[in-house]
Design a protein around this ligand. Sequence first.
Ligand code: SAH
Length: 220
Amino acid sequence: MQTNGVEDKFAQARRQMLEHDLKGRDITDPGVLKVMAEIRRQEFIPPSYRFQAYADGPLPIGCGQTISQPYIVALMTQALRVNQHCEVLEIGTGSGYQTAVLCKLAKKVYTVEKCNELSESAQAVLGRLGIKNVEFYIGDGSCGWREKRTFDRIIVTAALPQIPHVLADQLIDEGLMVAPVGSGGVQELILGEKKKGKLLQRNICDVRFVKILGKYGFEE
Ligand code: SAH
């Protein structure tokens, strides 16, 4: 059972993360800072790592996968400029933490995860937190959403060798996409903007992500 002392420690660690790791770097978007100040990241972390929930790095979440460093979640969300009118496609639900951050800023989030266990656990956590503007799908997200449709924003939370056409086709014109792209251990975090049917890409910074496994990802 968690005591108030433990809860106070988490709240303190969350404030420290906000001030030091987010505001202390280049996270300035008030919406991103507000939701990351609210969401209890410890809920998304397996018990054996929970005490490190606000550490400045990734953590294991099972299935050989990791929850991203809080700063990277903030950076990607800030780059995506999500608002209450946005329908967002997320590839790589993982723990569901990034999903929860997006749900608080967007109209609706559609999230795809290939590992059953992770998707089910994320569904349980978001359910417990009362987050309802989300649809989960278990499958290969490198092919995009299961139905032919478009989204205002797309976020990919694992590395792609390049951005597949099938995914770019699901972004509306004037829409934004953020994804780590590259085949090595270090990738470029790419911000894509659709202009007159073309995806214009620029590099935000270097990142290290686990790989997307699937048809347009890497081989299993
Ligand atoms: N954003 C997540 C971190 C995800 S790690 C979080 O906040 O916890 C990347 C995730 O992508 C892993 O859960 C992995 O299982 C998933 N993944 C890998 N290949 C995939 C694919 N082809 N389709 C959907 N998800 C995939």
